[in-house]
Design a protein around this ligand. Structure first.
Ligand SMILES: [Ca+2]
Ligand SMILES: [Ca+2]
Length: 168
């Protein structure tokens, strides 16, 4: 048997561990699975968590940071639907929650707190309206359309955190 040609996956280990050992070109390698920590939901290559406790936007971001995460950015409609499903599962309702979007630094310049560019948006009709000149934080599941609204950042809402995969 040509060992150099062997690409051996040890499937029996897959259910028990976070990785798989395989042999390739004369060497053993360990390949890690991309897994989310317990309590986090894997969506489109990232790990999300619903935090039911209502907090201000800044405290929600601090809470995410304490778990090695940020308030969630959302990059497409699929991710948004999956996050909505996560909220329904966690709260038995489709209620509002903070995402990581904010235009507090500069009006009408919306940034995600995790540093990713905001390309996908799902604003409700007429939003963001910066009501009172002081709405700078992004709530999801707003109104009957369950879309995005800019809200006063000191309101207390549940929140969604996001983090990258960890290796273990
Ligand atoms: Ca604003
Ligand atoms: Ca608004």
């Amino acid at each position: 048997m040509k060992l150099s040609a062997v690409f051996l996956l040890v499937f029996s280990m897959m259910a028990l561990t976070s990785g798989v050992r395989y042999f390739h070109r004369g060497r053993f390698y360990w390949r890690h699975f991309r897994i989310c920590p317990h309590g986090w939901t894997k969506i489109n290559g990232r790990c999300f968590r619903y935090v039911a406790t209502p907090m201000t936007w800044a405290n929600a971001e601090k809470n995410c940071l304490s778990m090695g995460a940020n308030l969630a950015s959302v990059h497409n409609a699929y991710e948004y639907r999956r996050i909505q499903a996560m909220i329904r599962a966690g709260s038995c309702s489709c209620r509002e929650a903070w995402l990581g979007g904010s235009d507090a630094q500069q009006e009408r310049t919306w940034l995600w707190s995790d540093g990713s560019p905001m390309r996908y948006t799902n604003w409700c009709r007429g939003e963001p309206n910066n009501a009172g000149g002081t709405q700078h934080c992004l709530q999801m599941n707003w109104s009957g359309d369950k879309c995005w609204d800019d809200l006063w950042c000191n309101h207390n809402l549940p929140s969604i955190c996001v983090k990258r995969f960890r290796r273990r």
